[in-house]
Design a protein around this ligand. Structure first.
Ligand code: A3P
Length: 322
């Protein structure tokens, strides 16, 4: 089974007419499935994974909201789980973009997995995988197994600005069109119509899951990772059952991993400056500024008031704050 271009499976084609439809600021079609908005292509990937993916107890699954720092966490988790190779001059992160090392279930793996995902010759165990799927849509086996889920999100204003900037890169490349007006994009995002949106519902589902299943789901915010990276890398290592030993601590491994995966290091690599993914995305688009609070440079006072109000209402009583 290998799908290319706009081919969709029979199942997805049959389902789509029954789903609510929206268009965003790029006139992209979104379909509402299990409470979230998907492009048809990703929806097909989700449906396929719901049927065919069997999680193993040894899997680590990184789940993120789009544009929340997925690239960074993919690099950190890869580096952490393969830390014996850290000082290798041939380290995979020096030659490959983190998205090539930690594939998305419903994007790349779905397109390429014409062989069984459980075949170790296709992918070695223990596996490190990623997804943007909402909690409600995760394959049942993820919930039934003992696999670990690391969830990353980011404050909604920076998430939106990062997403808008990223789609502008795509838009310029694919259509040579001008950047899309930020107010249209913002209105869509606030109405919940964005990739894997509504953003707030995505975050809340995983936040609640992390409270209910603290051994299985670790909830991390980009801002706290930026503020105290050492503490959070240690927390990740403990959660994944591979805490840093005294010798590793004394040998500076924590800082070594953080330096290797820093914005400065990764964004300077040739592969991340000039490389492209199989889907044609340029790796450099995944490294823009990597800062907290860049939204102040883009959002008007009215926009800030609107999104803050939504965030307050949606998160009210949850215990979660940005
Ligand atoms: P900005 O657009 O605000 O700069 P994702 O990886 O989920 O697509 O998220 C992309 C965001 O993460 C971008 O944010 C990007 O610059 C930032 N990013 C990428 N690599 C990073 C790193 N190593 N450290 C911190 N932030 C990083």
């Amino acid at each position: 089974r290998y799908l290319k271009g706009d081919d969709l499976t029979e199942e997805c084609r049959a389902l789509i007419p029954s789903l609510p439809l929206e268009r965003d600021w790029l006139s992209t079609h979104y379909h509402l499935y299990q409470g979230f908005w998907f492009h048809a292509r990703y929806l097909d990937g989700v449906l396929w994974m719901q049927r065919h993916f069997t999680a193993a107890d040894s899997d680590t699954l990184l789940v993120t909201t789009p544009k929340s720092g997925t690239t960074w966490l993919k690099a950190l988790l890869f580096s952490l789980l393969h830390r014996s190779q850290l000082s290798s001059l041939d380290h995979p992160l020096l030659r490959r973009n983190p998205h090539d090392l930690v594939p998305f279930l419903e994007h790349r793996l779905y397109l390429e997995s014409n062989q069984s995902l459980e075949d170790p010759s296709f992918m070695a165990f223990p596996r490190l995988l990623a997804t943007h799927m909402p909690f409600a849509s995760l394959p049942v086996s993820v919930k039934d197994s003992k696999c670990k889920v690391v969830y990353l999100c980011r404050n909604p204003k920076d998430t939106f600005v990062s997403m808008w900037s990223f789609t502008n890169s795509l838009r310029l490349k694919d259509t040579a069109m001008d950047p899309s007006p930020i107010d249209e994009a913002f209105d869509s995002f606030c109405r919940g119509v964005s990739l894997y949106g509504p953003y707030w519902d995505h975050v809340l589902q995983y936040y609640r899951a992390s409270l209910e299943l603290p051994d299985r789901v670790l909830f991390i915010r980009y801002e706290e990772m930026k503020e105290s990276p050492r503490e959070h890398l240690r927390r990740l290592a403990r959660f994944l059952g591979c805490p840093f030993s005294e010798e590793e601590e004394a040998g500076g491994l924590v800082d070594g991993i953080l330096t290797q995966c820093s914005f400065e290091s990764l964004s300077k690599l040739e592969v991340n400056q000039r490389g492209k993914s199989a889907s044609g995305m340029e790796n450099r688009w995944f490294f823009r500024k990597g800062e907290v609070g860049d939204w102040v440079n883009y959002l008007s006072p009215e926009m800030i008031a609107r999104i803050d109000h939504i965030t307050e209402e949606k998160l009210q009583g949850s215990g979660l704050k940005f």
